[in-house]
Ligand binder design. Structure first.
Ligand code: NAD
Length: 715
């Protein structure tokens, strides 16, 4: 039986039901053949009155086959273009059939799936939350190259199509209808194909119903072509804004915008060819590989539980105790309650605990105001949080997360005092950002049940949780922490214990290198601008202000107390800066009245002027490339050391952890993938240059040299 079922009814309507081998329909070799054959059959069909494209799978059609796309090599770009054109020619033949073609969208139609729909004359979708419609390719380093950019631009106009394409928006059927992506919705699956057929029957005698807008005589693109005077502003502003957002590091987005602009001025066939040619470049380029690896394969690997012990049954957290209702505790309470978990939020006073609970109240009120939640549901969630100052309320918690001040003595005392309130097989998680879990667990009567659960600020927005196993942490505790993280809909990476774990330690190198550059005499704005130019979300000095210099000072103090000062490298420079900034000038960071920057009430900021007197040297010469590489290589090298020493347990954890937890530039695919793409020999050579010029902190880790020998990529 063909994988595209072909059924003609008494009215002359053929329903093509896509039912490919495997769990989903996807654009691969099997699809090309099936579609090619089907089109030929439709063209030859006698008495044909219309075509319905339907799906036998839960998902209407999943899009391009990412395994194929990942394998496509730069040197094969020309062949890639040719085969792409053949596939697109079939879709063009589909839309040129002399009868109406209707897409019956029963499930998600994203990317290639929606591009098939765009090649139909009419689109009907089942109005259900499982049905998502859109073109998310840009988020994987690609763009809609099977006609998506051209057809959507011509269908709804460039100005409306571009945000959907560049941001990769996934719309519900209702929103897709409002935005003009589909034409009709039905309320049940049973109505879907009949509705598609009704459209065909009602269109009898109306030849227009079988012709795409762009194939009609005198077609004008909605909103006009990009070179018309009314679009002058769009033509100038859109590329500028895109560059500001992506810093030119996302070639797929630049190309998509260019293709959309050209599509607005050219006939459909020429535009489709340009779309295909650019796509061959983008899809065979490094950014597509990096982003597909990280955001599809590695993220799925992590969320699929690759780092979770297999021998432990899934455990749901029902009651969680949170100690400390400060910045972190209040956020952890919110995300836990949102997942339906009962929360006891404890602080030293009831007032402080209630203040922490009010954070959830504020976030819920915002949701209600925006129409994203009803009042009853919001109240139900808020009621799950019990603000308290009494240990007894923690009785029976199956998980307690400690988020009090970063002080080892305090954390030890609290563990001893409160651990007995855990349920019989309960677990203890510490949200410490720097203290080693093994050492914290020394205060515990059951160190096997003790684990690090490291959240990022702001907890409600940051998608990552770093789970840290101490020396004695059991598989059960790890599984529990993993399951809890998934329960609150965050992505867990699992690392082994070390001072600063993976994320804090690596992030610290970004700040440290900025301090080095600053004290050498580099202009502070230049440091921040070049930090952003490599794709980091925020410049290093600014982010140091946000997380606070004060925090770095405290960390230095704690490490001194623990006797681990400079365990990972020389901290003289950062200590000098802390002394200059905090001790001598009281500049502890943004929330301490200002740091490297001065912050004004109107939201503006500028470099704190005395900073120039402290460090700036107009005669200091250093190239932009050296600054950029120093900021990037420090973080990459630290990540490699974590991988080498087993702090990181997998490449997927390293890449996803670096992007979601540290802000590693998405186009690199993460700090480990950066080395794969840079090339081992090139990386070693650049490390040697940086080491010779700027110091041994740039020495290339052995693990890279070993891979250079074997040629095996990090995967
Ligand atoms: P915070 O100062 O905002 O809050 C700490 C809270 O703990 C305060 O409300 C305090 O009253 C309370 N507290 C102190 N002693 C207590 C006790 N004996 N019992 C109950 N509550 C007590 O601090 P924070 O920024 O929320 O940080 C908390 C922990 O999370 C620290 O270990 C920190 O290193 C870690 N962390 C912070 C961040 C961040 O970005 N701020 C990120 C990850 C982890």
């Amino acid at each position: 039986m063909s994988i595209f079922q072909y059924e003609k009814d008494q009215d002359g309507i053929v329903t093509v039901t896509m039912n490919m081998t495997g769990p989903v329909n996807a654009m691969n070799a099997e699809y090309y053949d099936a579609m090619h054959e089907t089109i030929a059959k439709l063209e030859a069909e006698q008495g044909l009155t219309g075509v319905v494209i339907a799906s036998a799978k839960k998902v209407f059609f999943a899009g391009g086959d990412l395994n194929d796309l990942l394998a496509a090599k730069r040197e094969d770009a020309a062949d890639f273009f040719v085969s792409g054109e053949a596939m697109k020619a079939d879709l063009r033949r589909l839309e040129k059939l002399p009868v109406p073609v209707v897409a019956a969208i029963n499930g998600a139609a994203l990317g290639g799936g929606y591009e098939i729909c765009l090649s139909c004359n009419h689109r009907v979708a089942f109005n259900h939350k499982t049905v998502q419609i859109g073109l998310p390719e840009c988020s994987l380093g690609l763009y809609p190259g099977a006609g998506g950019v051209v057809r959507l631009s011509k269908l709804i106009g460039v100005e409306k199509a571009l945000p959907l394409i560049l941001e990769g928006k996934r719309l519900t059927p209702e929103k897709a209808l409002a935005a003009g992506l589909i034409d009709q919705t039905v309320e049940s699956l049973d109505e879907l194909v009949p509705a598609a057929k009704s459209f065909i029957l009602e269109s009898k005698g109306n030849e227009d119903a079988a012709v795409q807008p762009w194939d009609k005589k005198g077609f004008r693109i909605p909103g006009g072509a990009i070179n018309t005077p009314r679009n002058a502003q769009l033509a100038v502003m859109a590329p500028t804004m895109l560059h500001q957002k992506t810093r030119g590091l996302m070639p797929q987005m630049t190309a998509a915008m260019d293709v959309a602009f050209q599509a607005s001025m050219l006939d459909v066939d020429t535009a489709l060819r340009i779309e295909g040619r650019e796509f061959a470049k983008v899809a065979t380029g490094p950014v597509a590989k990096n982003m597909i690896s990280a955001f599809f394969f590695q993220l799925n690997q992590i969320n699929g539980g690759a780092s979770r012990p297999k021998n432990v049954e899934k455990q749901l957290t029902r009651k969680v105790g949170i100690l400390g209702a400060g910045m972190m505790g209040q956020g952890i309470a919110y995300v836990s309650a949102m997942a339906g978990i009962e929360v006891v939020l404890k602080d030293i006073s009831l007032e402080a605990a209630k203040k922490g609970k009010s954070y959830t109240e504020k976030l819920l009120a915002k949701r209600v105001a925006r129409g994203r939640m009803d009042e009853a549901k919001a109240k139900g969630i808020l009621d799950l949080i019990h603000a308290s100052d009494k240990n007894e309320d923690l009785q029976g918690c199956d998980l307690i997360i400690e988020a009090v001040f970063e002080n080892i003595g305090l954390k030890h005392n609290i563990t001893k005092e409160i651990e007995p309130y855990l349920s019989e097989d309960g677990f203890w998680g510490s949200n410490t950002s720097t203290l080693p879990i093994t050492q914290l667990a020394e205060a515990s009567a059951k160190p096997e049940n003790f684990i690090g659960i490291h959240f990022f600020s702001p907890v409600d927005k940051m998608p990552l949780v770093e789970i840290i196993c101490g020396e004695k942490t059991s598989d059960e505790a790890l599984a529990k922490a993993f399951d809890y993280t998934m329960q609150i809909r965050k992505t867990p990476i699992v690392v082994n214990d070390s001072l600063g774990f993976f994320t804090s330690r690596t992030f610290g190198t970004y700040l440290d290198e900025a301090a080095q550059l600053l004290t050498e005499g580099t202009h502070p704005k230049r440091i921040d601008n070049l930090g952003k130019a490599i794709g980091m979300p925020v410049g290093p000095l600014q982010i140091q202000d946000e997380t606070s210099l004060e925090l770095s000072r405290k960390a230095q103090e704690t490490w001194a107390e623990m006797g681990v000062t400079d365990k990972w490298g020389n901290g003289d420079v950062i200590r000098r800066v802390i002394k200059d900034m905090i001790t001598d000038n009281g500049r502890g960071g943004r929330h301490h009245g200002g740091g490297y920057y001065e912050y004004h009430e109107d939201g503006s900021k500028n470099i704190w002027p005395p900073l120039y007197d402290l460090y700036y040297n107009a005669d200091y010469e250093i190239s932009d490339q050296d600054i950029k590489d120093r900021l990037m290589f420090r973080q990459v090298i630290e990540t490699m050391k974590c991988l080498e020493t087993g702090v990181l347990r997998s490449v997927a954890d390293a890449n996803i952890g670096s992007i979601f937890g540290i802000g590693a530039p998405a186009h690199t695919g993460g700090f480990v993938q950066f080395v794969n793409t840079y090339g081992f020999d090139n990386f070693i050579q650049r490390c040697e240059e940086l080491e010779a010029k700027f110091g041994e902190r740039f020495a290339c880790p052995d693990i890279v040299k070993e891979r250079a020998e074997s040629g095996e990529l990090f995967a």
